[in-house]
Design a protein around this ligand. Structure first.
Ligand SMILES: NC(=O)c1ccc[n+]([C@@H]2O[C@H](COP(=O)([O-])OP(=O)(O)OC[C@H]3O[C@@H](n4cnc5c(N)ncnc54)[C@H](OP(=O)(O)O)[C@@H]3O)[C@@H](O)[C@H]2O)c1
Length: 327
């Protein structure tokens, strides 16, 4: 697996990371044994950039990753996130107050069974706390050696610029894929100008860009896609038609649609690191093989023309939570 240095601060990661969220929530039933085997297989294959968050589970996803990496911590780059209050396992309000961040980081370190977090993201921007205070608090944790790099998730261009003034932002994590290209106008140029790398989450469109997507109503109630506007009714039909080009290019290249979706991201710049999520070794193997897929100008043109930024029907989150993005 090739490596990438997606930013100006020297952080080195594998060209593809592994999103661990789905091992504990969002898509289907957890299977810890297979998830841990998947994390071990990723390490064997040179994929060593693992993405988790306090909120995944909550808590149990970090514990799972900590368990999987026991005795192998030195081989991994761990990214986690803070951002909400919890009462037990019930998620409350956003909270990025400095004292809260400090407490959460100590708890994350305990769950991950490590003495340092390689990348600490603010999961969502908290409008109650100026971003300068957040950056200052993370900067102090970096000074203390508990955190190595600062990241933001789903932040807007103005927030990124202000944060970066106080503490260099190493990575922005946001949704980016062949069917979610909203960052291309403003955010991508803003981070490139500052040497900030991009971690592309949901690079497979939450599974839509693979050959396994189903209409919303066919997923169980606990599966996020049942509520994702892009998987609903007419949106699903329109999006399936638009994404047929991914299947066509995959057939031409004799690879899978998922590999095309990941290869497209890898072709968009050395500063982009997709973190496809899976809890299965067989799917991991398929996704990692995308690093060997070469797309030519004709493939890229067909994908771009068939899936321009405005091609997707439906917002990427339900309306009730969409406002938390890009601010
Ligand atoms: N910062 C944020 O707010 C945020 C939000 C969402 C996600 N994330 C991070 O980004 C990571 C990746 O995003 P994601 O998991 O939402 O979406 P994704 O990677 O686009 O898709 C994951 C879904 O696709 C399935 N899948 C993966 N590879 C496949 C393949 N080759 N063929 C068929 N199905 C395949 C997975 O199934 P199985 O699991 O059953 O294999 C899972 O249901 C997450 O794990 C998380 O760490 C961050």
């Amino acid at each position: 697996m090739p490596r990438r240095r997606p930013n100006g601060v020297g952080l080195e990661v594998s060209a593809l990371g592994l999103g661990c969220m789905g091992m504990s929530q969002t898509y289907g039933v957890p299977d810890d044994r297979e998830s841990i085997a998947t994390i071990h297989r990723a390490l064997e294959r040179g994929c060593f950039f693992f993405d988790t968050a306090e909120s995944y589970g909550p808590f149990v996803n970090e514990e799972l990753l900590g368990r999987a990496l026991r005795g192998r911590r030195e081989e991994a780059v761990i990214a986690t996130k803070f951002g909400w209050e919890y009462e037990g396992t019930r998620r409350g309000a956003l909270n990025s107050k400095p004292e809260h961040i400090r407490r959460v980081v100590d708890e994350c370190l305990g769950r991950l069974k490590t003495d340092r977090i390689d990348v600490l993201y603010q999961h969502r921007v908290d409008l109650e706390v100026p971003i300068e205070e957040v950056a200052g608090a993370v900067g102090e944790l970096i000074q203390a050696g508990k955190v190595l790099h600062f990241g933001l998730s789903e932040a807007g261009a103005g927030t990124i610029a202000r944060a970066h003034e106080v503490c260099p932002v190493a990575l922005l994590q946001t949704e980016y894929s062949l069917w979610e290209r909203h960052i291309e106008q403003e955010i991508l140029p803003a981070i490139r100008e500052r040497g900030i790398g991009l971690v592309a989450y949901s690079p497979l469109g939450r599974g839509f860009l693979t050959s396994t997507a189903l209409p919303a109503e066919e997923y169980p109630e606990s599966d996020y896609r049942r509520h994702d506007p892009r998987f609903q009714g007419d949106n699903f039909t329109a999006n399936t038609a638009a994404a047929s080009v991914v299947r066509e290019v995959a057939a031409r290249r004799e690879v899978t649609p998922a590999q095309i979706a990941l290869a497209w991201l890898l072709h968009r710049g050395e500063d982009i690191v997709p973190i496809p999520g899976t809890k299965r070794r067989v799917t991991l193997e398929e996704n990692l093989a995308a690093v060997d897929v070469v797309l030519d100008a004709e493939d890229l043109r067909r994908l771009d023309e068939a899936l321009p930024p405005e091609a997707v029907a439906g917002t990427r989150y339900p309306e009730a939570v969409m406002h938390m993005n890009g601010r």
